[in-house]
Design a protein around this ligand. Structure first.
Ligand code: SF4
Length: 223
């Protein structure tokens, strides 16, 4: 017989509490892996990180941010030069176009500053809800939502915190389950756990502190 909705909800809530606790113990200092010195640099690095590793983005930005520093600098930079500088991050034409348009809007509408508001941030070219949550949470300490990247999505499903596939729906499930004060750290820690233990292809359940209660949804039992 299927579980009653209220029993299902309280099971998820209970699991979420355990996940938050275990992740906090395992990764007390987990933070953003994208190197940045300001909210603006984090914004650019996050745009570049789409379909690209953080290590590659850090390589590219360590050089880029030495030469081009502010929204005004990026707005002035010829498109071809920007494309060349970020080429190795993939989808470079699209990213360069978005970065230029985003920086132009920052200069024209926000005096070159990053707005501390989710609704305003998502109106900037190339900035979706995920990027906005990353910047507001990591650079300003504002918990406006839960960052759902590929790791957070995969782990949330495996741990039974959501059945959804769409990142926005996953985020809504997580927002209901995780205390707001934990939203920012929760994402950083899930990403660390996804990289270090619960990989996409070969999760190392034997080495995972959550294996006692993790339902391992979507995984084919071995042996
Ligand atoms: S027990 Fe396995 S599937 Fe569950 S979180 Fe840990 S590594 Fe991932």
């Amino acid at each position: 017989m299927p579980a009653r909705p209220s029993a299902h909800r309280s099971f998820r809530k209970n699991t979420a509490r355990k996940v938050v606790r275990h992740l906090r113990d395992a990764y007390p200092d987990a933070g953003c892996a994208l190197v940045h010195r300001s909210a603006f640099e984090l914004l650019i690095a996050t745009i570049l990180s789409a379909q690209c590793t953080d290590a590659r983005v850090n390589q590219v930005t360590s050089d880029l941010f030495r030469k081009v520093r502010s929204p005004a600098d990026f707005a002035r930079l010829p498109l071809a030069k920007l494309e060349k500088a970020i080429r190795s991050t993939g989808f470079f034409r699209n990213k360069a176009r978005n970065i230029k348009a985003c920086c132009q809007m920052l200069v024209e509408n926000y005096d070159g500053r990053i707005p501390r508001d989710l609704d305003q941030l998502v109106t900037l070219p190339g900035i979706g809800r995920k990027t906005a949550n990353v910047v507001l949470g990591t650079a300003f300490g504002l918990a406006t939502g839960v960052v759902v990247d590929t790791h957070v999505a995969r782990l949330s499903r495996r741990l039974g915190l959501t059945d959804a596939k769409d990142p926005q729906k996953i985020e809504q499930d997580l927002i209901r389950l995780i205390p707001r004060t934990e939203w920012v750290d929760f994402s950083h820690r899930m990403i660390h756990h996804g990289r270090q233990v619960c990989g996409a292809r070969k999760p190392r359940c034997d080495a995972c502190s959550m294996q006692q209660f993790c339902p391992k949804n979507g995984l084919i039992p071995s042996g």
